[in-house]
Design a protein around this ligand. Structure first.
Ligand SMILES: C[S@@+](CC[C@H](N)C(=O)[O-])C[C@H]1O[C@@H](n2cnc3c(N)ncnc32)[C@H](O)[C@@H]1O
Length: 514
């Protein structure tokens, strides 16, 4: 058995979907920063995901955009095999997964791309691999194309980096399952912290990060720790490297970071507003917030960047709500409290968009908003989006009612329901209207599937056979319903909790009335 530090590549990185890197989100970040999208709405595009893991994000996106092309690159053959199997099972034929190292990109016959994403990759690779990525981006991102790059950042990691060193040193020489060794080390570190070890006492952020690690998938944590390369980066360094590849900073996929007040406490606002440019503002913001992780969006543009007015760019997008009107909050979060947004036009916007996703033009056709300019509506929508309840949608949607009986129209969603991936308490389904994935608790997913497979009448029996075969019981208050009568009661209860959201699921395209 290998010693710990060499094992990272043997552990498969868990499947994950990252809404930050969806075209809808990247277009939105560009728009609020006055930058046009790489392609017109509904035009086909090419999307490249570098270090795609098992390609879960791009496979789901490929099902949402069947007319577009998605390419993933990853050098771990296990990841590519998992992704290829999922794409096959979901009937997805517009994804190409390339098994190979970044350094070899010239041999991949990559086309020009409109979007390039690198999630959780850029700070975990060698200098040579990073330079290869920059060369690839310089050569293959089209002018006007958007790049998403997320990375461990400084100053946040500065005080916490020794945690990783402890893992490396403590497990050196250990044999056995590396994932369980990571779990053992976490327990050990917690004991040190709880007894007041000086490192934790003087670097309180480290204790918080330890708790976060403990709550994550241990395979994920093992990847973070045993990655042979690991270097948190300063925003200024990344910006400089991107500039060398012909890219300019466009904005942040952490939406609050595109605005002054929503990203810093009130006392720092004057400083931020005085910053002479965006780069200086990001420097302040990183130190004010002690940034650990950044999700940056860059645009390929010959400087100066052709910034445009924001409202006309927002006008082309659709906005909708992931929640029902009654579930929407009337505030947006600030670093030091909340900003109330209860008055008009916010309340009418909430009501309209909770009903169905619409463009600004559609909203303006409604008498309620006739007195509002495009600018006023655009600004109000930007504020609502900061609350993450009104979100940019890929398409306008239609109002829907809760059906009694339904089907699951998309083959990939049927597959994701039948063969749930991972161990999270929820699974993800794709919405062709939102342009992203929607989490559905596992119990509710069983009910959704059972009604789609066997109709409302046969659903309880069908679902009993399904859960019994997998020993994956429905739960009532944490108690597994592993007898038939208990299952019947659990099914009825889960269906009841699902009913209020069924209309939304129809609106999102997850289910359709039978
Ligand atoms: C932390 S994972 C992120 C995976 C995926 N982007 C996600 O966020 O779910 C980093 C990925 O980059 C891949 N990778 C690292 N170095 C690479 C290289 N030099 N060439 C190709 N892939 C690489 C790893 O195999 C791994 O799947």
């Amino acid at each position: 058995m290998q010693e710990q530090p060499a094992v990272a590549l043997d552990i498969l990185y868990p499947s994950g979907f990252y809404s930050y890197q969806t075209p809808v989100m990247l277009d939105y970040v560009a728009a609020i920063n006055g930058i046009a999208p790489p392609v017109a709405q509904a035009a086909p595009f090419t999307y490249l995901d570098l270090g795609c893991g098992d390609g879960f994000t791009i496979i789901l996106l490929a099902a949402i955009y069947p007319e577009c092309r998605f390419i993933g690159v990853d050098f771990n053959p296990g990841h590519i095999a998992v992704g290829a199997a999922l794409a096959r099972a979901g009937g997805i034929d517009n994804v190409r997964l390339i098994e190979g190292g970044f350094e070899d990109w010239r041999g991949f016959e990559l086309p020009d791309c409109d979007y390039i994403a690198m999630h959780g990759v850029y700070a975990w690779i060698s200098e040579t691999a990073r330079q290869a990525l920059l060369d690839l981006i310089a050569a293959r991102l089209r002018p006007g194309g958007l790049l998403y790059v997320s990375y461990n950042a400084n100053p946040g990691w500065a005080a916490v980096a020794p945690l990783r060193q402890f893992f490396l040193d403590f497990t050196r020489g250990m044999t056995g399952d590396p994932v369980s060794n990571v779990a053992t080390t976490i327990r050990h570190l917690k004991e040190l912290r709880d007894k007041g070890a000086g490192y934790f006492a003087q670097n309180p952020a480290a204790g918080g990060v330890l708790d976060e690690m403990a709550g994550k998938d241990m395979g994920y944590v093992a990847h973070e720790i045993y990655s042979p390369h690991w270097s948190p980066l300063a925003f200024s360094a990344v910006t400089r490297q991107m500039r060398g590849a012909g890219l300019t900073f466009a904005g942040s996929a952490d939406l609050a970071r595109n605005y002054a007040r929503p990203s810093v406490k009130a006392e720092f606002l004057p400083l931020l507003l005085k910053a002479r440019d965006r780069e200086r503002a990001e420097l302040y913001r990183d130190y004010v917030t002690n940034a650990f992780f950044r999700r940056d969006v860059f645009v390929k543009a010959a400087e100066p960047l052709p910034r445009r007015a924001v409202p006309p760019l927002l006008e082309a997008l659709s906005f909708g709500s992931k929640l029902r009107f009654v579930d929407l909050v009337r505030t947006i979060p600030l670093p030091d409290g909340e900003l109330p947004l209860a008055d008009e036009p916010f309340e009418s916007l909430r009501r309209s968009l909770a009903d169905r996703a619409q463009t600004i033009a559609e909203l303006r056709a409604d008498a309620k908003f006739a007195g509002q300019t495009i600018e006023e509506l655009g600004q109000a929508l930007e504020l609502l989006v900061l609350g993450n309840q009104i979100v940019p949608f890929k398409l306008p949607s239609q109002p829907a009612a809760a059906p009694r009986d339904w089907t699951v129209p998309l083959p990939l969603n049927r597959h994701l329901l039948r063969e749930p991936i991972g161990t999270q308490p929820y699974l993800l389904l794709i919405s062709p209207f939102i342009g992203s994935a929607v989490p559905v608790p596992r119990g509710e997913a069983v009910v959704l599937l059972a009604v789609a497979e066997a109709g409302q009448e046969g659903a309880v029996d069908w679902s009993w056979d399904y859960v019994a075969a997998r020993q994956l019981w429905l739960n009532v208050k944490g108690v597994p319903a592993d007898r038939r009568d208990a299952h019947r009661a659990a099914f009825a209860q889960t269906l009841d909790s699902l009913v209020p959201r069924l209309a939304k699921f129809v609106e999102f395209g997850l289910i359709a009335p039978r």
